[in-house]
Each structure stands twice: as C-alpha cells, then as structure tokens.
Design a protein around this ligand. Structure first.
Ligand code: 5GP
Length: 183
C-alpha cells in the first residue's frame, strides 16, 4: 500500500534536499583536506550505502572503496555492545589513506571495534566520516573527523538506516513512531 512506510514516521528530521546539500558540502571539505592524497573509502554496510553513493560523487578526485560488514544491533533499537565482523574487506589497506564511512554513531562501540581492527592492518592514516552523530549515547571516546548532522537521542530511520531491515529506502531521515517498535 503506498504511503504505508511514511505512516510509521513520527517526524522528518532531514529532507532529501537538506541531505544532498550537506553531503555535497562534506564531500568538498574532505576533497580539500586530502590535498593530493587518495582516500580509500572503507564503508560499513549496509546502512552507509546511500551516504557512500552520494558522498563519493561529491568528491571529484581519484579514490577507491571497499565494504566492511559489521553486526552490532539485533532486531532491537539499543546497542548490545557486541560487535562481530560479517564481511571482511576485499583489499589490503596497508599504506593507504583510509576514510571510514559510517551511517550513525551512537554508543561508538561499533566504530571503536572497527578502528582497532583497521589499525592492525597498517594503513597510512585513518579518518572517520559519519552521516549522523548521536553524542548523547556515547559510551566510549572515539575520534570523528567529519559529521553530517548531529541529532538528539532518538531512533531514526531512512537514507540507509533500518529498523528490522526495513525503511532503508526512505529518501529522508525520520524518527520512527514508538508504537512501531514497541518502545
Ligand atoms: P553504536 O555502536 O555507535 O552504538 O551503533 C552504531 C550502529 O548502530 C549504527 O551503525 C547503526 O547500525 C545502529 N544505530 C545506532 N543508532 C541508530 C538509530 O537511531 N537508528 C538506526 N536505524 N540504527 C542505529
């Protein structure tokens, strides 16, 4: 039924237009900062896929990309702190300028695990770009170099972010109605 997904949204936080404007700005800033160095975009799937697709097209410089699969959440909406690798990188990152592309940072536990894992592989540098940041949820200190938007402590979906694998295809970011996930 058309509109069924939209009916589950409490509030739209960022429209497709706002997202495009911000992601283009981020891409330009990163492009300037890398100043001749070629970034290797290590993307955490699946939530970061729309962000990666838009961000890389906003960076008009040579770059490469790879995908890393990490599972942190089950079907719930709060972090278990348990992280495991579900898909490893295809290529070595030794000597490369790694830019980790993340959808959202909440507790920071997922990213802390990813950064520990990547640093063992001897990259030339590691930076982090996240589409969304929820600083209120932080349980560990992690360096974040680029942030798209800072958001309040709410469970959001859309533009790659899911609840139970659904809503990733929404073109905007919204807060899910509590009665949808029984919170
Ligand atoms: P962290 O380990 O920082 O607590 O959580 C990181 C991961 O949890 C994200 O990559 C994302 O998969 C999931 N996550 C955290 N907050 C949200 C949220 O508000 N909405 C959705 N859909 N996923 C979230």
């Amino acid at each position: 039924m058309p509109g069924a997904m939209h009916d589950d949204i409490e509030q739209v936080l960022f429209t497709p237009e706002q997202i495009q404007t911000r992601v283009k700005e981020l891409g330009r800033q990163i492009m300037q900062d890398y100043d001749g160095r070629e970034p290797h975009l290590v993307t955490i799937v699946k939530g970061s896929i729309p962000f990666l697709a838009d961000l890389m097209r906003a960076m008009e410089i040579p770059l490469s990309l790879d995908l890393l699969g990490v599972a942190s959440y089950g079907a719930g909406t709060t972090s278990s702190g348990e992280v495991r690798l579900t898909k490893d990188l295809d290529d070595s990152i030794e000597g490369r300028h790694v830019l980790v592309v993340e959808d959202i940072i909440d507790t920071g536990l997922t990213l802390a695990y990813v950064l520990r894992n990547l640093r063992q592989r001897a990259p030339a540098s590691v930076r982090v770009v996240t589409f969304l940041d929820k600083p209120a949820g932080r349980a560990t200190t992690i360096p974040v170099d680029y942030i798209g938007f800072t958001i309040p402590d709410a469970f959001v979906i859309g533009y790659g972010l899911d609840w139970n694998q659904r809503y990733r295809n929404l073109p905007y970011v919204g807060i899910l109605k509590r009665d949808v996930y029984g919170g």
